[in-house]
Design a protein around this ligand. Structure first.
Ligand code: DON
Length: 307
């Protein structure tokens, strides 16, 4: 599909779906997230040749929440390679992102790196690998986007710390099984900071280009992941990136993607493009309702999915 045709489809769809702004329910289990206006709606499609279609709130910063798990996972996978799979699995969980019971039954080894427990094991690895992993993560995002303004939101971070009882439970449970090595407080603080990073759809679409581009950052020409690691990361995103809705999302949309309770969804069509939506209203599973509906129609009308 040529850039002009793609542009027209995205803009047309954005117009149609704008009528449904506000669908779903803004996350309220972290009080600071409940303050977000549910009417926001942004979309960015960024093709590998570098054509960007940006609609609506494409440049408004929002809390990327669990989309951060994709970037911390990439850092750990790039740094440690296949050894990470001794401490975290690569199977769908079929349970909520903050569920505890599977973790107890499976001896503190999280099913995958994109549920909370898995992301905390990854955080624990990065705490061992870098003296200041948060600074390292932000520097990584700055290199991926060419934008040094990306940072995290203190207010959301404090709110997460204050209401992070379930995450603390997950971390202590894993610590009891020996799958967390650093002090739990340090793991939680780093985990909450990464969730509190603020980015726009445009920045996220740029930051995820390497996953469409066989692992290479198109801005610098440097390899972030090998082509094989990139394939594996995209496979994991397809099977686990939307928690216990990953199957339905693959069925309806058919692309690797990562969601966050801030209402963002970052999707990748390998070899083609990255697509990011932001609409803060969530469905009961915790994924953006309007984002999923938009992406389903996007892959249907463009014929662009991995299937
Ligand atoms: O761990 C939490 O509760 C949040 N900071 C992140 C969760 C999240 O985004 C899960 N997503 N859908």
């Amino acid at each position: 599909m040529c850039a002009e045709a793609l542009d027209a489809v995205v803009r047309g769809l954005y117009g149609e779906f704008s009528a449904f702004r506000g669908t779903g329910k803004v996350a309220d289990y972290i009080p600071a997230l409940a303050e977000v206006d549910p009417g926001h709606f942004g979309v960015v499609v960024h093709t590998l040749p570098g054509h960007v279609t940006a609609c609506g709130d494409a440049d408004v910063l929002f809390s990327i929440q669990s989309i951060s798990k994709l970037f911390t996972f990439t850092m750990a996978f790039a740094g440690r390679g296949e050894s990470i799979w001794k401490r975290v699995g690569k199977e769908p969980s079929g349970t909520a992102f903050n569920s505890l019971y599977q973790l107890e039954a499976e001896a503190g080894i999280p099913r995958n790196p994109f549920i909370n427990a898995g992301a905390m094991v990854i955080s624990d690895m990065l705490l061992a690998d870098y003296p200041d992993p948060m600074a390292e993560l932000l520097a990584f995002l700055h290199r991926l986007t060419g934008d040094e303004s990306i940072g995290y939101d203190q207010h959301v971070y404090q709110s997460e710390l204050e209401y992070g009882m379930r995450n603390a439970s997950l971390a202590y449970l894993m610590k009891s099984f020996g799958n967390v090595q650093n002090p739990v407080d340090e793991v939680l603080r780093f985990y909450f900071k990464q969730c509190s990073i603020r980015m726009s759809c445009r920045q996220l679409a740029q930051a995820t280009q390497f996953l469409a581009n066989q692992g290479m950052n198109p801005l610098t020409g440097r390899a972030i992941l090998t082509p094989s690691q990139t394939k594996r990361t995209n496979a994991l995103l397809l099977t686990t990136g939307l928690y216990n809705e990953a199957g339905d999302f693959a069925f309806r949309v058919g692309i690797p993607a990562k969601s966050g309770v801030g209402g963002g969804i970052a999707g990748i069509i390998p070899g083609q493009l990255s697509v990011v939506t932001w609409a803060p209203g969530l469905n009961t599973i915790g994924n953006s309702q309007l984002g999923i509906d938009f992406l389903e129609e996007f892959t249907t009308r463009t014929g662009l999915s991995i299937f």
